[in-house]
Design a protein around this ligand. Structure first.
Ligand code: 5GP
Ligand code: SF4
Ligand code: MG
Length: 487
């Protein structure tokens, strides 16, 4: 089970933490649309409410007003594999210690099998890797009674987290404290915010992305550093490093910048929207073309298309209208369903397109369902030429760190050369941004990224033997041999 989710947590005595968590989760809805949940503590009891569906469907006024406490965590889940039912919705809760604890996870562990055994769970009994972590933490509880001053979970986390391998940004809570944990590679984002003024804080907030702080009037303090745990309670915020310096290697997912994060999010101190615009600018310099209009595949292609237009001097225009009531088309399991979903989602603006030479910018091509349908639609609507420009390099390797990707067989760039793709997509030209330009567009130069889906260089061991043969002539990646379990 892989998860690419949104997590949120708030410690704020005297405030309506359930309402704050609702607002924070609403701002993180794009990270997970399958289920939503929150856990609230009043110091004695933890109450968990979770269900399938969007944040606004799961929680109404009545539910929220019944959730009283000073401390809460929340989760939006975007399951990418296996069953998607209520039992997998988060937060996960375990009734151990004084009042139990709750956990929300964004990421994907890569060595779940070993951990299942260690947690004393039966293989096949567990449903998600987040469940395995909850089990491991619960089984470590009796040995460490915990101190109500520092929080019950702190010692347990210090003992258990260093054994975990893979991608994880966790928010956790026991009855009295809020905890945030980021894996030593920092694959998934997690930031700390403050309610109230710096000299008189009224509360503390954890969130996958900074807009979740903005919407509740919190100030971004900083991003957690890879391998860091923060413990938040009556005494304020305490920071603990759970890994030694040689285990820490900053590898924030580069796709957070390309696609996944909101444009108004700050990552590595950079606003994502500006990075996406610069990707378009560098792409225009790298792969110029004579054309009449630059357009985006909405929504995610818009900032890069604006950047391309600015740099090239070609006017920016809208060529497609997006039905904003349709969510993700990407994760539909069968091809035909994905194709019709794209048609339902995007419709051409004929008068804007007819007889024009178009530059069409999108953030990524994965299976190519989206861009292939888009090219066909634009041609039907009378486009004279269609030049595709992509603001990420060819996506040729599956992700094992918390983002849904199909098997290598389904990844377009793993199976075709650029010239073959151009023909297959029906485009007049096709160009991808180079990895160097992508990194230059993001900056800062000293920051580290994961780019495994673009390069095949996995920073953390993945759950299969990667026997990489040399790339066949004209192909972008090597050939991955062997089955891909769990992808
Ligand atoms: P494709 O249609 O080629 O399989 O997927 C690429 C399109 O799906 C792009 O328009 C991108 O914005 C969107 N997309 C939706 N979810 C994801 C995701 O998790 N990763 C990536 N790379 N693209 C996604
Ligand atoms: Fe992100 Fe790609 Fe790395 Fe997965 S493999 S964490 S999508 S950069
Ligand atoms: Mg898109």
């Amino acid at each position: 089970m892989k998860e690419a989710c949104g997590v949120f947590g708030v410690y704020a005595p005297g405030r309506q933490v359930a309402q704050l968590t609702f607002d924070g989760l609403y701002a993180l809805q794009h990270r997970g649309q399958e289920s939503a949940g929150m856990a609230v503590s009043d110091g004695e009891t933890i109450t968990v409410v979770k269900d399938m569906g969007l944040v606004a469907t799961v929680f109404d006024e009545r539910t929220l007003s019944g959730l009283i406490g000073h401390l809460a965590i929340g989760h939006t889940r975007y399951s990418t594999h296996g069953s998607s039912d209520w039992t997998n919705a988060q937060p996960a809760y375990r009734p151990v210690g004084r009042a139990g604890f709750a956990l929300g996870h964004n990421g994907n562990l890569t060595e779940t099998d070993v951990l299942v055994e260690r947690a004393g769970m039966l293989p096949g009994m567990t449903v998600s890797d987040s469940d395995v972590v909850a089990g491991l933490l619960a089984s470590a509880f009796p040995g460490s009674a915990g101190d109500p001053e520092t929080g019950e979970l702190a010692g347990v986390l210090e003992a258990v987290v260093p054994e975990l391998v893979g991608a994880f940004s966790f928010v956790l809570m026991d009855a009295t404290h809020l905890y945030g944990v980021r894996d030593p590679n920092g694959f998934r984002p997690l930031c700390l915010g403050r309610l109230g003024p710096a000299d008189r804080p009224e509360g503390w907030v954890l969130a996958s992305e900074s807009p979740a702080l903005d919407v509740i009037g919190a100030t971004l303090v900083r991003e957690l550093v890879p391998g860091e745990m923060v413990v938040i309670g009556p005494g304020g915020v305490r920071s603990v490093r759970l890994f030694s310096t040689d285990e820490v290697d900053d590898r924030l997912c580069i796709f957070e910048f390309v696609y996944f994060a909101r444009p108004d999010t700050r990552l590595h101190g950079i606003e994502v929207h500006g990075a996406r615009r610069r990707m378009g600018e560098l792409l225009a310099r790298q792969a110029p073309v004579d054309a009449d209009m630059v357009m985006a595949v909405p929504e995610s292609g818009v900032p890069a298309a604006e950047g391309y237009a600015k740099e090239s001097g070609i006017p920016y225009g809208q060529g497609l209208v997006k039905n904003r009531y349709i969510g993700r088309t990407f994760i539909d399991p069968d091809h035909q369903a994905r194709v019709s979903a794209v048609r339902r989602k995007l419709n051409p603006l004929r008068d804007n397109i007819e007889s024009k030479r178009l530059v069409v910018v999108d953030d990524s091509i994965v299976r190519s369902t989206t861009i292939r349908s888009v090219v066909a639609m634009l041609r039907e609507a009378g486009a004279a030429e269609v030049h595709l420009r992509v603001s990420s390099p060819p996506f040729a390797w599956p992700c094992f760190y918390g983002i849904d990707t199909p098997t290598r067989e389904e990844l377009l760039a793993a199976n075709m050369s650029i010239a073959e793709m151009e023909r297959y997509l029906g485009a007049d030209s096709l160009a991808y941004i180079t990895l160097d330009n992508l990194k230059a567009a993001i900056g800062p130069p000293e920051a580290g990224y994961c780019d495994a889906c673009l390069t095949g260089e996995y920073p953390v061991k993945v759950p299969l033997t990667l026997e990489v043969a040399p790339a066949p002539p004209g192909r972008t990646g090597g050939v991955l041999q062997g089955a891909l379990p769990g992808v």
